[in-house]
Design a binder for this molecule. Structure first.
Ligand SMILES: NC(=O)C1=CN([C@@H]2O[C@H](COP(=O)(O)OP(=O)(O)OC[C@H]3O[C@@H](n4cnc5c(N)ncnc54)[C@H](O)[C@@H]3O)[C@@H](O)[C@H]2O)C=CC1
Ligand SMILES: O=C(O)C(=O)COP(=O)(O)O
Length: 528
């Protein structure tokens, strides 16, 4: 039974899903990094929010981990690069808390405009300071949106409803989308100069870190009010403090901080600052949404191989997963076959071509090609799998091409792989027999029909009499049982290939004896 660790506060809805799906869920929020490292090795999945920091050190200890599910959007608390290198899928739930977070941003904007928290505190203190709290209207004000993705778009929609003018800076926002949203796409400097309110809705990346730097804060309109419901690192907090103190920035509402939990900050002392403890996603509805989604996604992946909302792997829908499963196996085996034939003396792999024909042409290819690369690179690299294989291939400069043939194939379905090392290119093709069983149908342009056995012997030889008898004799001499024996040849008396499935590993001496046969050019032992 797969085991999942829930290391942050997740709605109990997640536990119910895991239980129903037959997955053991262990709930342990609030562990220290050392405590987490001590137990993570026992788990196949990890479900988190923003509190758990998934560092390289934690991943080093996560020897069984296959999937990390983030019940929420931001994954800046996960070292995705290290997870990918270790073959761990990282998923998030990109929509489940978007409305809630957008509503929090709008709520904070109102709180700033009317100083609601201070007015509430003053009233509760019995002061009745009716003249102290003079607010500003939102109607006809300009809202500057930095980041117009899921959350930013919802904020824009609500702000337009409040009769605000919305300008947006987002390099990936198209003019057409801006028109649909009823907003104006502008450059950052224009936004800074025009906005009465600024709200941030980008992920924290190297490009967005400090996007409201001291320099950019100085470019804002005097009296601007700033809302940050995205990530702490987007604003230079010291520069913001200074701008608030000087009155250049009239107010700031912060849900997120550079260091969290934020239990002390000079900003807390300022009257014109409203703070919430990273509550953007904290509604019953959003927490139920993200908990259910993450539990379903983790379960689907661990139980069926379906991949949803992964940030480091191609998606495989729940509907596609069973259909792709035999193809994944075929691709992995074809890759493994080609990989095992690629001897170091031939040089490094420079190019891989993958062709899909017949029924295979109509499938989702990215996961299939990833499975093929996993098989291909496994003999050369440790710990390679579908998640990290495409990255390894790219990092090693392997040029990959995929071709889909929309033509009638001799086979109902066919996958062909061409691997180039130095100036040599080898091809291997396979099909699914009966729609489910992987079968080799061609090696180096020679037709040969063979199932993949656990132990196999691959021989290239001259098509001359005597080879079969001598080869069989060597195997018999070592008491090695032959399961299947398949032959193919390019032409009568020409190049031939022989694939022998045997019941156990062949001793090295027998392999040497086969290589010494006069007809034999190459003999390689393969394992699947
Ligand atoms: N306070 C909270 O509890 C929550 C905070 N968040 C934060 O909100 C962020 C945004 O969430 P979504 O809108 O769902 O993400 P999204 O991916 O839909 O949108 C992000 C937008 O930022 C834009 N962007 C990327 N780089 C940019 C740059 N350099 N300059 C300007 N725009 C840039 C992208 O083009 C995209 O449109 C998340 O990454 C997360 O950090 C999300 C949920 C809850
Ligand atoms: O989804 C996000 O990106 C959030 O920031 C929400 O964080 P949380 O799950 O409330 O810790």
């Amino acid at each position: 039974m797969p085991k999942v660790l829930i290391s942050d506060q997740l709605s109990p809805a997640a536990i119910d899903v895991f239980k129903q799906r037959g997955i053991e869920a262990v709930v342990k929020p609030g562990l220290t990094p050392a405590e987490l490292r001590a137990i993570i090795g026992a788990f196949d999945g990890l479900a988190i929010r923003s509190a758990t920091k998934v560092t390289r050190e934690l991943l080093d200890a996560a020897t069984n981990l296959k999937v990390i599910g983030r019940a929420g959007i931001g994954i800046d608390n996960v070292d995705v690069k290290s997870a990918t290198a270790r073959g761990v899928v990282v998923m998030n739930t990109p929509y489940g808390n978007a409305i809630t977070t957008a509503e929090h941003a709008i709520g904070l904007m109102f709180a700033l405009a009317r100083q609601l928290p201070e007015a509430s505190a003053s009233t509760k203190a019995g002061k009745w300071e009716k003249n102290r709290f003079m607010g500003v209207e939102l109607t006809n004000k300009t809202l500057g949106l930095i980041g117009a993705g899921n959350i930013g778009s919802i904020v824009a929609d609500r702000a337009v409803g409040l009769k605000m003018r919305v300008v947006a800076y987002d390099p990936y926002l198209t003019e057409a989308r801006a028109t649909v949203l009823g907003i104006e796409k502008v450059e950052l400097d224009t936004l800074l100069a025009r906005a009465d309110f600024i709200t941030l809705h980008t992920p924290l990346t190297e490009q967005t870190r400090n996007i409201l730097s001291r320099e950019n804060l100085a470019k804002t309109k005097k009296g601007v009010r700033i809302v940050n419901c995205a990530r702490g690192g987007l604003i230079d907090e010291t520069a913001l403090y200074d701008a608030l103190q000087s009155g250049h920035v009239a107010g700031a509402a912060l849900d997120v901080f550079e260091v969290e939990p934020a239990t002390a900050s000079p900003l807390f002392a300022l009257e014109n600052v409203v703070c919430t403890p990273h509550l953007g996603a904290a509604t019953t509805e959003a927490q139920e949404n993200v908990a259910l989604q993450v539990a379903e996604q983790i379960s689907d992946f661990l139980l069926t191989g379906a991949v949803t909302n992964a940030v480091n792997m191609a998606s495989v829908s729940a509907e596609d997963a069973p259909r792709l499963k035999p193809y994944m196996q075929l691709c992995q085996l074809l890759g493994s076959f080609a990989g095992q034939l690629t001897e170091a003396r031939h040089g490094v792999i420079t190019k891989v071509g993958i062709e899909y024909e017949g029924a295979a042409a109509h499938l989702n290819h990215r996961p299939l090609s990833a499975a093929l690369f996993a098989g291909l690179l496994a003999p050369m690299m440790e710990g390679v799998n579908m998640v990290n294989a495409p990255v390894f291939a790219r990092d090693h400069g392997i040029d990959m091409s995929e071709t889909v043939h929309d033509r009638d194939s001799e086979y109902q379905t066919l996958v062909r792989i061409s691997v180039t090392t130095g100036d040599q290119t080898r091809t291997v093709s396979g099909t699914l027999f009966g729609g489910a069983k992987p079968r080799l149908v061609e090696v180096k342009g020679i037709k040969v029909e063979a199932d993949f056995g656990r132990h196999m012997l691959y021989v290239t030889n001259q098509d001359k009499p005597g080879f079969i008898a001598r080869c069989s004799a060597i195997l018999a001499e070592k008491n090695i049982n032959i399961a299947t024996f398949h032959l193919g040849r390019a032409s009568e008396g020409g190049d031939a290939v022989c694939l022998i499935s045997i019941d156990e590993t062949l001793p090295e001496a027998a392999l040497v004896a086969i290589r010494a046969l006069p007809q034999v050019m190459q003999a390689t032992q393969l394992a699947f």
